[in-house]
Write a protein of this length. Structure first.
Length: 263
């Protein structure tokens, strides 16, 4: 199939998926970009529809990825350049945009290794920060990311983009903080909370056992529920005028400290 009209119903539906209401109503999400789609396909997250425009391809690998998506059952739709510009939410599209089922697993299916290493992200406001946290979680081989009391939709196209597709390579679960904390207690997972008011430097905490690293809202920090329940409160030294780091940067430091201690 080839679409040349921006009024085509399939095009209109895909464009509507930029809006959270439409995503939640249809249970779908957008995946745009070669790297993002490559991670989705390699992880077995099959798109239902793949729009592609060879005029925007940046290299020679795109046709093989289109074939891989088709092998997973994706309906392939070639588009004109004008139609793909309508579909794309990027300044520099690369000719690939998929519609796929939304991502996410249930809390009771989270299955960490022994010892567990979890990242808990509470009330993260910005899609870019959540995406970067997912990217770092992938790099440090975290068992799962629990997104608690969400203010950012994990299926937001900008989360997909900022994560460079690692949203599909790390198990991601949405849960409320009460349920996530109870899971940690039931499974004997220690809670390490990142806060400027921490009593220990982050490198002095012990991450070698089962541990959940918890980072919260940049504006408000972690809620009292997590701070009161934390087994350890850690801080990152600040030697300038700012009193805190970007939440994704802070979480990344703690995850890599866990990797360092475990290796």
């Amino acid at each position: 199939m080839r679409i040349t009209s921006i009024q085509n119903p399939r095009v209109k539906h895909a464009v509507q998926l930029r809006d959270r209401r439409h995503r939640d109503h249809s249970g779908e999400m957008l995946v745009e970009g070669y790297r993002e789609l490559r991670h989705a396909v390699d992880s077995g997250h099959a798109p239902t529809t793949l729009f592609y425009c060879p005029e925007f391809f940046l290299g020679s690998n795109e046709p093989a990825l289109v074939d891989s998506a088709a092998a997973l059952g994706a309906a392939l739709i070639a588009t004109s350049k004008r139609v793909f510009e309508k579909l794309s939410y990027r300044d520099r599209p690369d000719g690939l945009l998929a519609v796929a089922p939304q991502i996410g697993i249930a809390l009771d299916t989270v299955a960490p290794r022994d010892p567990a290493l979890l990242l808990i992200a509470e009330a993260i406001e910005k899609p870019g920060n959540l995406g970067t946290m997912l990217r770092s979680a992938d790099a440090t081989n975290v068992d799962a990311v629990l997104v608690c009391d969400r203010t950012t939709d994990i299926n937001n196209p900008n989360v997909v983009r900022a994560s460079v597709g690692t949203l599909f390579t790390v198990p991601v679960c949405e849960a409320d903080s009460t349920a996530a904390l109870q899971m940690c207690r039931d499974r004997g997972i220690s809670v390490v909370a990142a806060t400027p008011a921490g009593t220990e430097m982050y490198w002095d905490a012990d991450y070698r056992g089962p541990v959940a690293i918890v980072a919260g809202s940049e504006q408000y920090g972690l809620s009292d529920a997590w701070l009161d329940a934390a087994d350890t409160r850690v801080r990152i030294p600040m030697h300038g005028q700012a009193d805190s780091l970007n939440v994704a940067t802070a979480a990344t430091l703690l995850m890599y400290e866990a990797v360092r201690q475990r290796s």
